[in-house]
Design a protein around this ligand. Sequence first.
Ligand code: ZN
Length: 282
Amino acid sequence: MDPRHDYEPIPPPPVTRDELTAGLRQIGLGHGDLVVAHVSLSSLGRVEGGAAAVVDALLAAVGPEGTLLLPRFSTYFDLGGVYDRRRPPPTWTGRVSDCLVGRPDAILSLHPSHAVVAIGPQAHAVTAGHDRVSPLGVDSPFDRMAQRGGRVLLVGVNQRANTTIHTGEAHAQVAYWGKPRPDRPQGLWSLDELGDRRWVRLSELPGDSYAFVNVEPFLAARGLVASGRIGRASIRLMPGKGLIAAVVEFLRQDPGGLLCHRPGCSFCNWARQWLSAPPPEH
Ligand SMILES: [Zn+2]
């Protein structure tokens, strides 16, 4: 007991599935929507039913006509050189995406390092052939989501978690995008469902997103971000296509605007060299 009080503090009640759905509705998510969601489960505080309740709430918000997409990224350094689609490596993008993978109708895309999991009528169209296209760039699931009128939802995370900003870097053709990185493998072996082995090129691997928060005021000034709260978490919803267009405009004004200045950030310090490099001779 806290000696300053003569009562036990009462913890706040857990967030329920219905409260989650109501919060998503309030911010503008509706039936038939295509949405990519980035969710921090812990940011919500206690959730009745945990990650499964969050998946249920997201699916309820978009309804059976809607399509839900979640990143299920993994670190390719953990793959031991071979990516086995039948046993995907652990993800670092949260328990909610793992929970969606377990649903019977879910489709896990084939990309070894930047897979996405999707459920709904547009799931196949946005995930197909992911291992043959850019992980996050032009024609990636994030790009397809945006071009089809999809939206980006952030739950308890800020713009650093907003993968579609990388898609904007690709569309802007910012000088560092897609340059081969000395600190990353060029590709790896992948096993499909039948155990057949194929070499997958890892091109256009994204860099650091620490400075992605810089774009938030730019988005807000264009009226692109709807904000709300669920439990302890702040939530944001924005149109994918408008987001990408705004990132392109932001980078035209300041090509280094999404690079951080942390001395220890090897990516941003490397990427900045491309911005000052002379244009190639013709
Ligand atoms: Zn950085």
